[in-house]
Design a protein around this ligand. Structure first.
Ligand SMILES: Nc1ncnc2c1ncn2[C@@H]1O[C@H](COP(=O)(O)OP(=O)(O)OP(=O)(O)O)[C@@H](O)[C@H]1O
Ligand code: SF4
Ligand SMILES: [Mg+2]
Length: 381
């Protein structure tokens, strides 16, 4: 992957309980993340540069991504999705925590030491216009990563043509500049550039949200075909749950820098355990405007609190209809229910008392959590 945002790259990611995943090879884990934290300092003072606080962009996140898996990451704007995946590919340095890729720790590596690993992880960005250099022709854009892969000059053009065809473009597009393409075509170029270094993992940061709805499906179909053909893993970031439903094997729901729920995809839609996930599900637009309006009225309201001073206890308590005194005081642990379904909530929904009794604290539980185990649901679901 390119070390700079402008050169782009793509990867895939999944989230699981540490007990489910494991080291590369033996248990099929491609990436393991433990207690990852990314804090951005807030500076003040015109003369003396003082740190007066921190933005808690990613706060104690743990998961395992399996080989060949697509992990969806969803959450409202500002919850830390982009910061998380940029840190995974080491475009950003973590404040704390460990990232292992195929069993090797990459957290402490220098830029030079990272190079061989970075080629295996690429990012595709939300805005294809901004992520492609406007002064370079497509042929030049693709030549850079192909050279990085060690291809000789005479093979670069042939490989560039093959890459364009693989993403549904044509060889004659090599001589064009990015502005001479549609948005969907530009995103295809972004995908081709990511593929040029033969990555294992592509991290997709809202890859279709800037595209027309009709084009979104085409790009998603392309990504699915490529995954099957090239055995890629994806981490697929999106604002809303409708986009990642069919693409993801598992989905991780983020709120204010933390994982709230991680679940096999279909189960998350059928039986969300965390109230925040229900909130996101209710926010998915539906075609009937009257039904949409009626449903929107039930949606949890209120602003997302500041990530500079996140609420104590459960970070969602200021907006949660089920919040209790316990929620305001004690941070809930990420707890594993049946079928690898994890949620961090004192009053979980859609689980029976027997399932709560059988649940266990996840390996991925927040370091800062107290010793509280989930309580019985406030109302049975
Ligand atoms: N370089 C930075 N310096 C300071 N704060 C930052 C920086 N980058 C991001 N942040 C803050 O970190 C938090 C998480 O931002 P991030 O871009 O990761 O969110 P996001 O979930 O990707 O949002 P969106 O859905 O809008 O893309 C936000 O509060 C943001 O303002
Ligand atoms: S822990 Fe409490 S406040 Fe947080 S989501 Fe669960 S019920 Fe709501
Ligand atoms: Mg983002």
């Amino acid at each position: 992957m390119s070390a700079t945002g402008a050169d782009g790259d793509a990867t895939g990611l999944g989230v699981s309980d540490g007990a489910v995943g494991g080291h590369s090879g033996a248990s099929g884990a491609l990436m393991e993340v433990e207690h990852l934290r990314v804090l951005f300092p807030i500076k003040s003072g015109l003369v003396v540069d003082r740190t007066i606080g921190h933005v808690h962009a990613v706060d104690d996140v743990s998961f395992t991504l399996r080989e060949g898996e697509t992990l969806g990451i969803v959450g409202e704007s500002g919850c830390g999705k982009t910061t998380l995946i940029r840190t995974l590919v080491r475009l950003l340095d973590p404040t704390a925590g460990v990232i292992r890729f195929r069993g090797e720790e990459i957290t402490g590596r220098s830029r030079r030491q990272l190079q061989p690993v970075r080629r295996q992880m690429q990012m595709v960005f939300q805005d294809p216009q901004a992520s492609l250099n406007p002064r370079k022709r497509v042929g030049q854009i693709l030549a850079t990563p192909l050279k990085l892969r060690g291809l000789a000059g005479d093979r670069i053009e042939a490989e560039s043509r093959a890459l364009l065809e693989r993403v549904g473009l044509h060889a004659e597009h090599l001589g064009r500049f990015p502005h001479e393409f549609s948005g969907g075509q530009r995103q295809r170029i972004g995908v081709a550039r990511a593929l040029a270094v033969e990555p294992r993992l592509i991290l997709l940061d809202e890859p279709v949200s800037a595209l027309d709805v009709s084009i979104q499906a085409q790009v998603i179909n392309l990504l699915e075909d490529l995954q099957e053909e090239l055995h890629l893993s994806y981490v697929f970031v999106a604002h809303d749950l409708s986009v990642v439903r069919h693409e993801s094997d598992r989905i991780a729901v983020m709120y204010l820098g933390k994982l709230m729920e991680v679940s096999p995809s279909e189960e998350l839609y059928d039986k969300p355990i965390h109230p925040y996930t229900s909130f996101l599900l209710m926010a998915i637009p539906i075609p009937d405007p009257a039904e949409n309006r009626a449903r929107t009225r039930q949606v949890v309201t209120g602003e997302v609190p500041s990530p500079i001073d996140p609420p104590a206890g459960c970070r969602f308590h200021t907006r949660c209809p089920r919040a209790s005194d316990l929620c305001r005081e004690v941070e809930p642990q990420l707890t594993e229910y049946a079928r690898g379904h994890l949620a961090a909530c004192h009053h979980p929904q859609n689980v029976s008392p027997a399932e709560i009794a059988a649940a266990r604290r996840s390996e991925a539980t927040p370091l800062s959590a107290g010793a509280e185990t989930p309580r019985l649901p406030v109302s049975s679901a």
